[in-house]
Ligand binder design. Sequence first.
Ligand code: COA
Length: 702
Amino acid sequence: MDDAINGLLRPKGIAIVGASDTPGKIGHTVVKKLIEGGYEDGIYPVNPKADEILGLKVYKSVLDIPGRVDAAAITVPAKFVYDVAKECGEKGVKGLIIITSGFSEVGEVELEEQIVDLAHSYGMRILGPNVVGTLSNTDKLNASFAPFLPLKGSASLVSQSGALLIAMDAITYTRRIGFDKMISIGNMSDLNFADMVNYLDNDDNTKCLTLYIEGLKDGRRFIDESRQASKPIVVLKSGVSEHGAAAAASHTGSLAGATKVYSAAFNQAGVIQATDLNDLFDCTLALSLQPPMRGENLLVITNGGGVGVLATDSAEQANVPLKFAPKDVQEELKLHMPAFGSAKNPVDLTGMADTDWYHDTVNFAFTHDWVDALVVLYCETAMTNPMEIAQSIYKAISETGIKDKPVTVSFVGGERCEEAMQWLVEHDIPAYNAPDLAVKAMGTLHDFARLQEVKGDTSYENKQADSKAAREIIAKVRSDGRTALTEIESKRIFKAYGLPVVSTELATSEDKAIKLAEANGYPVVLKIVSPDILHKSDAGGVKVNLKDEASVRAAYQEILKNAKAYKADADVHGIAVQHMAPWATEIIIGSINDATFGPTVMFGLGGIFVEVLKDVTFRVAPISKAEAAAMLDEIKSSPILDGVRGETARDKAALADVLAKYAFMVADLTDEVKESDANPVLVYEKGNGVMVVDARIILKDK
Ligand code: COA
């Protein structure tokens, strides 16, 4: 564990530089909150003018403090922060909590960078600037202007929004969801989400990492750290605008909204995505109190048919569909219900269910090997007391001594149910006020187990890749002052990475075109080759299914004429001749170099599937073959690849191989390539492979 970060978040001794005796000032509030929180390792207010603040001795400078000072909370105006940081460095402070605003968030980037450089020269780390501060229940540390420490618990929050952190701090008490740490991350000039994931994964007092993210600074590192983390991470990502999509030059660019790429990255990192703030709390509750759901058998026990049906519906949506319990389980359960109950799944104990029935069925079911997870539902009735039911459920679970199976609960009713659920949460059993939420929470625990498995190895080594040959082609294009590669150049690069392309050669005369057509075999396709004409079909620059010499000659002339009409001064290299590959299922593969995550890879079926339905899926490149195969099954139209309406299945193995090779290519050339795509790619019947018909590469501006 990084000593400087630990010193910052769990300091032994803290200075408040810019402490003030004036109530209402942030420098006053932070001192007050540190005192109120009960921090015991030394609170040192620093202010050149004051002698005493809230009963504490005030120091003129950090350097005057006699004892150990691990962290300094800085609340002086922005223009003084650099000098204050310097004194902190000289004192041997480990970390700065820069509460002050007015840095990169308002364009003052240089000052912020200077402070980071200075801090690093002293081995200090920085939280912020522009933060609310940091809180830790274990250390009774409220080094912030949040009103109080959160309800004690085992989740830890890292928030990019200070205001939201304060709001969530208060919600911990109403929702009864406990946190150990709450860390405001602000401008992330130094410490960012990746650092926090690394730190909290190693923090003994944190069981679940809860993140509110607006935007990541170093997406790749975040993925790497999250992938290595063993604890559950749940993220609420805001800011889902499709920025930049419209301006993108390639098809992939227009499909790759920020949200899709973030979502793909979170998936690859094994991170759970919450849909909104309530969901963030719901997920946190389950993940911080319960183990993952390993296995597929979820049993639901209820006293009401209605909530049972609602739970059954939600189970499908949450990817934990209910199955009937085996005979022996059903027979045992029948002993604890009236004849008109149901022992299938959901197990309906009926409205007559009392504490004993709940206890006995829960106890039996939780112990049984077939049951991988349990959801217990209760509807308030006149004959039962919700608190007693809650206690009997808890007793039944704890008597089993089982710690590696999850349970969630929903009590549907009024105030008495609320109280009972609060009691359950305080006893580490996540409880929700609607059956679908209890089931969804179980789905989250199931997702966590699944994501742990998929986040393993994502590497893919393409030993045949000829990076040197690809870079030579790129160098030549750059020396021409171009960033758009022609189809022929793009295909040569694809080929250098072992991708199967329809061989395409350049003809600069009609006669050469005929020779190439004969060599490749009729029918052929002719296409304009010009870096100034990227959308060849729109320019009338493509002629297909040319079956003989006469049609090739006619097409050759017509393409040249069309190109001239489309763009009179276009730099025409010639006309590409290629054999016309027999038609097959059309797909598209593409990539953009994302500002946050770097090279990505997209896959979808061609035609209307991509144009209208935007049925595509993304990953951050490179990807393993297994991950490529998973992408094929992820799109809604995937059954088409498996063969529908009597068609034979397509060559998915070859397609996954191509996808992995393509992802390897874009990752390998990430310093050069901005966007690329293979569109269309034809996928033949199983065993017959894949063929890239058209390819496009656009280089980064340099
Ligand atoms: N060392 C120690 N104390 C110093 C100092 C120094 N070098 N320079 C100034 N101070 C003292 C001031 O004298 C003052 O104390 P006083 O009340 O006894 O006079 C105190 O530091 C604060 O300075 P002041 O000029 O009164 O500033 P302020 O309290 O009005 O504002 C900030 C300071 C940091 C709060 C303000 O600049 C700011 O950034 N506010 C936004 C913070 C925020 O919202 N962050 C989180 C976003 S989520």
